[in-house]
Design a protein. Structure first.
Lengths: 396, 396
């Protein structure tokens, strides 16, 4: 278990302040757990006030003692009421902010309205784009944690190889894999920034169930245990000669990696087998392209073009009519970070420090899905792969 | 696996329309997963438009086919853009709404602003209080599901009795129990309405760790696996003669129950043993009071008074300085529903159909916590207990 080093927190705050200067913000007030963890090293409830210059102030409702223990920030103070914020900040010598950024994509309306009353004269705007921009470039420290998460997900993969049996249900398999991950320190939940973005561990499903579209913004969906949570594993028994998908997010010390492998008891049809090999080729193409630092959208366009040439126009990245418009997603504290390797993102390029999951997948309704997913990061000297389980189709 | 009956959905919608009439709302637009599930029977992404009179319209972005399969609503239509909403509603013959309710406590600012542009002349207000009011009265159908969730959590309790060993870590114990629950259909995540309210399965911890306050609005917190998720089980090994808390939410077909039991290898100190027995007495007092239909706050006040008389003024419901101001919480699709058995709630009474978890707990810093939790519901003929594991302290 790591405590985020104070130097890490200082650097992150400095980077945010640089972005704030470019955006003309006097202050950013951070409340959401994923962002709090990134900028404070803990998620004790309260808010982090980041001024345009100087030390951030972490005002903690519950529990301040624990925040002092877990956070490397210099200024941690208890607070009981939002009315106290101006006084606290005045005590630190900070002027009243005129332009304030908050996390408008995740902050509920009612909570925002209460914060707005603290500085009713100020102008409020969305700080999430700059927060995401700072978080998108990973440090060596962060990559080390993600390597631990990659080792965890490899243990999950190895367990899947050992435990998959004909007739066990998708849910039984999921339970076996989650058990391994939890013992290795997986948080259980997967943080997802999108509204209603509930996720835990990942998706384990087999055969035609892997080709069922779901409400989630993912290429594969799955039936899930009930319509109340219609994604991932269901009670379907695993059969012979059908693809078994283990799309699993490793989670360690607050960081995620994402990996998908395909298993089969017996053999896949020629069509699915070729689909799997073709998805590997698309991943190879991305690996070749990435060091040239293309735009996010160029990667998507090139892979889509390649998929179409290979005959997957109506099956790539989801069922016909339910295809998602991305092929990869940034990953770190949340599973939906920058960069978005997605349609239309042509104004931003891959840069050293970016980490992302890449997941070419192809769906044949009524039969099943196949594909591959790994987590990568770009360095000055090239693309590195974090997840490291064998990429071969696993025949059981 | 259940599909919510159409008659259930019709009744729920009718109840909401009655509340809308009292609040003067022309329409309620529902987006959040827990509410969507309650009013549609599924959570396919999109929105549910509930007019003041007539059929609700479920506009589904992804996946409309699946929404038709899983929802018992009559009107399910695909939709691609918010701009289409006025046209869709005009096709159904609904007049332009002037007063619209939305879920302001969970709806992010950016998403709300996009919806607000659909009917820019309308007046928007918070529909969550009336949604919560409707959801607070459970039907027989809902209670049956919660009975299944109670059976699940009893299996978890039995597994704990079998598997607890000296030297195993809290996290290892949690993994064992979660494994049992998942195989029985637990969704894994626990829906919590509060902002940043992340929760999964529940809290398993032992000894002094059970007395560590956390950021969560719960009487007990726990260290958790990392400061990135500082609640619940950590890597602490379980020792002799210390309380082992299994606070676990059963989850089945989208519904929850909550139960806490205490285990010990060897024996508890006299102080903890007495604490446990006293918490049982407080629960007995609540069971005697509830059929008289007191206000929510009266239950809290009476139990707090009793706890203080028993000597727990500074340890009841949390560490001194981190005590929570409730003793129970409504439960159903979310773990933080109405009724709030909490300080100051004197304008609403317990009513038949209400389901709630009741959890008197006492915390001794450095030593550990003890307490009991069960899930109850009130009927016309008295209070019924849903969770049914043996209430004795389990000595291993």
């Amino acid at each position: 278990m790591r405590l985020t080093p104070a130097t890490e927190l200082e650097y992150r705050c400095k980077r945010l302040q640089e972005e704030m200067a470019l955006s003309g913000l006097d202050a950013v007030i951070i409340l959401q757990n994923a962002d709090l963890f990134y900028f404070t090293g803990t998620i004790q409830s309260g808010n982090l006030y980041v001024p345009k210059e100087g030390q951030p102030v972490y005002m903690v409702r519950r529990d301040a003692g624990r925040a002092r223990m877990e956070s490397g920030l210099k200024e941690v103070c208890p607070f009981a009421s939002m009315k106290d914020i101006p006084r606290i900040l005045a005590d630190y010598g900070y002027a009243e902010p005129k332009r304030i950024g908050m996390e408008m994509d995740v902050l509920p309306v009612n909570l925002f309205e209460r914060y707005r009353k603290v500085y009713p004269q100020a102008e409020y705007s969305d700080a999430t784009p700059i927060i995401r921009k700072v978080r998108m470039i990973k440090s060596h420290y962060e990559i080390h944690i993600m390597q631990d998460a990659a080792d965890q997900v490899d243990k999950v993969y190895r367990r899947a190889r050992d435990v998959i049996r004909e007739g066990m249900t998708d849910l039984e398999l999921a339970a076996e894999l989650e058990y391994v991950a939890r013992r290795e320190g997986h948080l259980g939940l997967i943080r997802m920034r999108a509204f209603n973005g509930e996720m835990m561990f990942g998706h384990t499903f087999s055969g035609a169930d892997s080709a069922v579209p779901a409400y989630t913004d993912t290429p594969l969906g799955g039936m899930g245990p009930s319509p109340s949570f219609g994604q991932g594993a269901s009670l379907k028994p695993i059969g012979r000669n059908e693809p078994i998908i283990v799309d699993f997010a490793g989670s360690y010390d607050g960081y995620l990696v994402d990996q998908t492998r395909v298993f089969v008891i017996g053999a896949l049809s020629d069509r699915l087998r070729k689909g799997y090999d073709d998805m590997l080729k698309i991943q190879e193409r991305m690996v070749a392209m990435a060091p040239e630092r293309p735009t996010w959208g160029e990667i998507y366009d090139e892979c889509l073009f390649m998929a179409e040439k290979l005959g997957y126009a109506e099956s790539f990245m989801g069922n016909r009519g339910a295809q998602v418009s991305f092929i990869g997603h940034g990953i770190g504290v949340e599973i939906d970070e920058y960069p978005f390797l997605a349609r239309g993102f042509h104004d931003q390029r891959l840069e050293p420090g970016m980490a992302f999951a890449f997941e070419p997948k192809v769906v044949f309704p009524g039969e099943g899905a196949v594909g591959i997913e790994d987590t990568f990061y770009l360095t000055e000297s090239g693309l590195k792969q974090l997840t490291h389980s064998d990429q071969s189709l696993v025949v059981i």
